[in-house]
Design a protein around this ligand. Structure first.
Ligand code: GUN
Length: 293
């Protein structure tokens, strides 16, 4: 069997078109949504992500401010910037790209962002709302992107066994919270496996929906997948550089060539979850702007 490919690029485009319409509606009421994207330091992967976010804002008519601070930035300097952005009426969403340099206490920075502008859904108030199923916070970009991918591919998690590999605060934990909610597009039985789990394959082989988010290239092999399962690959890893061109390809957390022969549906890397993360970020920014009316 060869799996159906879930086209994240196409689904993200649908979401982005809907977001662009919402931006137009807001323009009619004199509001332009604004997103501040803050990058501290010069992490090359972070630079790529930040540039992609700023570019998408421009495409959709969202105002963006890209703030780049040196790797030597101190906590007081960063907190001062956050205060300024919190008070800026042209900015509806604030995002500080993760990971920051070691002298930055990320938890304190996230706590300083106004929960109303926390479009990443990293602030503990919004994470709490997510866990208890309150919808007046935000939905986190990558986890909610996964739910939208499933929904728009006709895959209903209700009653299914969803197994998440990875327990990060950015993906694994909030995704578990979203998938277990008693709500349309969710209602799954959720298992989270991680670095402390002996025999991970024992759990993954029982998954109807298997989500890999551990940051280990090709960790999920074909024999870890139940035949016909849906496989969602959240991993974005750099492969080995090509000896001739020196360029390295992006590799997911799933061995795609093996998995595609076993799974029923699968997301590619790139072109799967990645575009959805940015699409939800744009949508969240517009939601924040809509709430000011
Ligand atoms: N680093 C990796 N993913 C994300 C994300 O969704 N938001 C932020 N701020 N940083 C990240």
């Amino acid at each position: 069997m060869t799996a159906r490919i879930i086209d994240g690029k196409a689904i993200a485009q649908q979401v982005n078109s809907e977001t662009a319409l919402r931006v137009q509606k807001l323009a009619g009421r004199g509001v332009t949504p604004g997103l501040a994207v803050v990058l501290v330091g010069d992490n090359p992967a972070s630079q790529v992500y930040v540039n992609a976010k700023v570019k998408k804002c421009a495409e959709l008519g969202i105002h963006s401010e890209r703030v780049v601070m040196p790797a030597s930035t101190t906590m007081p300097e960063l907190l001062e910037l956050i205060e300024k952005l919190n008070a800026d009426p042209a900015i509806h969403g604030i995002l500080v790209q993760s990971p920051p340099p070691p002298q930055i206490d990320e938890g304190k920075v996230i706590a300083a962002i106004s929960p109303d502008k926390d479009v990443d859904c990293f602030h503990e108030r919004n994470v709490g709302k997510l866990l208890i199923g309150k919808t007046d916070g935000f939905r986190p970009c990558t986890p909610y992107g996964v739910l939208v991918l499933l929904e728009r591919s006709g895959i209903d998690p209700s009653g299914k066994h969803a197994v998440i590999i990875g327990r990060s605060n950015i993906v694994g934990k909030p995704l578990a919270a979203l998938l277990m909610q008693k709500a349309a597009g969710a209602n799954a039985t959720v298992t989270v496996v991680h670095s402390g789990t002996p025999d991970i394959a024992r759990y993954t082989r029982d998954a109807d929906i298997l989500i890999a988010a551990i940051g280990k290239p090709k960790f999920v092999r074909g024999d870890m997948i139940k035949p016909g399962a849906t496989v969602i690959d959240v991993g974005i890893n750099r492969g080995k550089p090509d000896p001739v061109t020196g360029k390295s390809k992006l590799v997911g957390d799933v061995d795609f060539d093996e998995a595609v022969e076993v799974a029923g549906a699968i997301t590619p890397v790139p072109g799967g979850v990645g575009p959805m993360t940015i699409a939800i970020l744009m949508s969240n920014t517009v939601t924040a702007a809509e709430r000011t009316l």
